[in-house]
Design a protein around this ligand. Sequence first.
Ligand code: HEC
Length: 165
Amino acid sequence: MIYLFSKLAQIFGLLALCVVGILIALVFVQADIEMLAQEEQTSNWGCGTVSPNEHLLLDTVSVSDTVIVGKVLFDNNCQQCHSAGAEVIIGPGLKGILERRSMEWIVPWVQNSQKMIAAGDPYGTALYNKYNKNMMQSFELTEYEIRAIIAYVQVYREQVYLSNK
Ligand code: HEC
């Protein structure tokens, strides 16, 4: 009989411990949920804003495939005459090119600048004269390839990771 009581006491003791354990766990889960809710609020970035995390990525390792393709194409085709920065080599530095020209202008220009000058494009003609009538050769590059080059130029910063100078 005594044996039975002590067994029952043990079982109730264990049950009580379980209940306490579950209660404690619930308190922690609740706290977690509150923290998540708070995080969601602070990471609610609006259109056009950049979260601190994104800055981190841009400044460290995040380089898209397109930009890598662009760098290879730039190094192989454009680098002897253009810097991706502001420096003039034979042609103007391409820094900020999208502030001067649209992609609709740049694509046919890279594919055949002479044709555009012959057709009387005013910007191209003025630039050609300014750069001592140094001809830029034509490139059999696709629109995607030219966009990739410009994407690389856009993210290029002097002495930045991608630069091998
Ligand atoms: C042989 C030298 C040479 C090479 C190679 C060359 N360019 Fe040019 N580029 C020039 C010159 C010089 C100009 C100025 C206009 C002219 O003289 O025709 C120019 C002008 C430009 C412009 C207009 C710049 C501005 O400030 O408005 C763009 C864009 C451009 N080049 C892109 C490219 C790209 C992209 C490549 C590589 C695929 C390339 N160029 C390769 C010589 C070159």
